[in-house]
Design a protein around this ligand. Structure first.
Ligand SMILES: [Zn+2]
Length: 63
C-alpha cells in the first residue's frame, strides 16, 4: 500500500483566488475601497454580486 506522496500546497495565486471567490456560490467577489483622509484609514468592502452576501468591512490604517 503506497502512501499519498503528493501534498497540496497552495500557491500565492491560489490563495489570492480563494480570497476573490464567493464561498457560497463560487462567483467572483467585488471589492470596494473607500479612503478616509481625515482618519487615514481605508475601508474595504467585499461582496458577491451573484448571491448578494457581504463581508464585514475591513478597515486598514494608512499610518
Ligand atoms: Zn456568491
Amino acid at each position: 500500500m503506497e502512501a499519498i506522496k503528493e501534498i497540496y500546497t497552495p500557491t500565492t495565486q491560489d490563495y489570492a483566488e480563494n480570497l476573490q471567490t464567493c464561498c457560497l456560490c463560487g462567483g467572483k467577489l467585488s471589492f470596494k475601497h473607500e479612503v478616509d483622509f481625515y482618519t487615514l484609514t481605508v475601508k474595504e468592502e467585499c461582496g458577491c454580486p451573484t448571491c448578494g452576501i457581504k463581508n464585514n468591512p475591513l478597515v486598514y490604517s494608512l499610518q
